[in-house]
Design a protein around this ligand. Structure first.
Ligand code: NAP
Length: 474
């Protein structure tokens, strides 16, 4: 753990193991924090706040840029750690680290643009202004599926805004988090400004949520846990950002470039073995092109290589744990039982180095009654539904409690415009299966979350507006 600028054991000397899902082997033991350590981190961050708030934007920016440069140099090493602890192919790990660095660099610039406002007053004797101020101490809780980018997407804007931050990464992936914090430490970040707590969620996050000194919670993870944190934040009225689950529709119209759409779905569905919040969960194909699409799509999925992410040529690594494999098995069994046709896959992969690999799977004849049509599968399973009209496609795409990302492939600009307007989602990819980028707002509507990360909007989440009215100025 890293508290108040020092690497430290847990107060109670507890430890936990980090396991490689591709081999089931132990990678490393780490400290395991509890509420006592969390309280220490809160005290350190609170003490650091006044000094950090006073630094200039240029100073804060320089720490972010130095850290970005260190991480860029360490990309190979960090990518191997990331792949070992969560399984994604090395090429994807490098891509994620690139995105993580982009957030650091982008917010290093944005730190200098936290402009306030002067408002025209109703009286000539008054001057009205809005000052931008950092929220205060921030608690960040992150998931295992993007162990680098989900941390820098929170830490970069928080530090840029002038907030100290305490990070609690997922228990499965603390090693990438340690590398990121090590880079900030090397960059000379003042003590207490960034703290890292590794361990089980309840004791650590419970303490962070109870603390009145923690003024903001930023969470990325499941909707189920997000709802609990929303409830808990009421006790001390914390500001919050919630990046929660998704259930992305991917609509392919008959006028689309079908080859591009196939490649797009493969990218969106099978990246990270289907374990991304914005990955495609429901593929809606216009009835007239169903046969062609399924042939091309299935042929392409057959080419995907399963294996240890550290091996060259791997497209699909292991799932994170046994629970994840079980959920995928349940969804596939349910789909088959309700009339789905398995075009390819549909089983746990054999001959692999652990029991956590699942064959990429295509299911035709998907129906709205299937579990897969409403629950996040978080695995490499692609159900293909059909539709007849544009109106039907949009209505069915919107039929979800989630509202994170949605995709549409069409060459008709008018249709693209109508569909974009009709989809109730926070992120829309039109002929673009990978829309995430540091300079744009990322986040969902409905049960997919509250607030945005990335872009100038992501910085606002760490700032408060302080209104000042000055009288008697004449
Ligand atoms: P998760 O189970 O909700 O865990 C996320 C984080 O919350 C982990 O650090 C976890 O710690 C912690 N946590 C678990 N139970 C908690 C509790 N009762 N109180 C406080 N914290 C708790 O989610 P996950 O399985 O790691 O990630 C997958 C989910 O994240 C999916 O639903 C996915 O869609 C979503 N996601 C969303 C975005 C987005 O930007 N919208 C991005 C990526 C992922 P432990 O690991 O110690 O349990």
């Amino acid at each position: 753990m890293y508290i108040n600028g020092s690497w430290t054991d847990a107060e109670k000397k507890q430890t936990m193991e980090v396991i490689n899902p591709a081999t089931n082997e132990l990678i490393q033991e780490t400290a395991k924090a509890d509420e006592t350590d969390a309280a220490k981190a809160v005290a350190a961050a609170s003490t650091a706040f006044p000094g950090w708030k006073k630094t200039t934007a240029k100073e804060r920016s320089s720490f972010l840029l130095r850290t970005a440069a260190i991480l860029r140099e360490q990309t190979e090493e960090l990518a191997e750690i990331l792949t070992a602890e969560m399984g994604k192919p090395l090429k994807e790990a490098k891509g994620e680290i690139g995105l993580g660095i982009d957030y650091l660099e982008w917010y290093a610039e944005e730190a200098k643009r936290a402009y306030g406002e002067i408002i025209p007053a109703s009286s000539s004797s008054k001057r009205l202004m809005v000052l931008k101020e950092p929220v205060g101490v921030v608690a960040a809780v992150t998931p295992w599926n993007f162990p680098v980018a989900m941390i820098t997407r929170k830490v970069a804007p928080a530090l840029a805004a002038g907030c100290p931050i305490i990070v609690k990464p997922a228990s499965a992936t603390p090693l990438s988090a340690m590398k990121i914090v090590e880079a900030f430490d090397k960059a000379g970040l003042p003590k207490g400004v960034l703290n890292l707590l590794i361990g089980s969620a309840s004791p650590i996050v419970g303490e962070l949520m109870r603390s009145p000194e923690v003024r903001k919670i930023t969470f990325t993870g499941s909707t189920e846990v997000g709802k609990k944190l929303i409830e808990q934040s009421a006790a001390t009225v914390k500001k919050m950002s919630m990046e929660l689950g998704g259930h992305a529709p991917f609509i392919v119209f008959e006028d689309a470039d079908i080859d591009a759409a196939v490649e797009g779905v493969v990218n969106s569905k099978f990246r990270n073995a289907g374990q991304t919040c914005i990955c495609t969960n429901r593929i809606y194909v216009q009835k007239s092109i169903e046969k062609t699409f399924l042939e091309k799509f299935t042929a392409r999925v057959k080419e995907l290589q399963i294996g240890n992410g550290l091996e060259d040529g791997t497209d699909i690594g292991p799932l994170i744990d046994e629970g994840a494999v079980k959920k995928v098995q349940e969804h596939v069994a349910d789909a088959v039982q309700k009339g789905g046709t398995v075009m390819y896959g549909g089983e746990q992969a054999s001959g692999c180095t652990s029991d956590k690999f699942y064959t990429p799977t295509v299911i035709a004849d998907a129906k709205d009654s299937m579990l897969i049509s409403t629950e996040e599968t978080f695995g490499p399973v692609a159900p293909v539904f059909t539709f007849t009209t544009e109106k039907e496609a949009v209505e069915r795409a919107n039929h979800s409690d989630y509202g994170l990302a949605a995709y549409c492939f069409t060459k008709d600009i008018g249709r693209a415009n109508r569909v974009m307007d009709g989809l109730e989602y926070g992120i829309i990819g039109i002929n673009d299966p990978i829309p995430t980028t540091a300079q744009a707002p990322f986040g969902g509507v409905k049960e997919s979350g509250i607030g945005r990360e990335g872009g100038r909007q992501g910085m606002e989440e760490y700032l408060e507006d302080k209104f000042v009215s000055i009288g008697n100025i004449e």
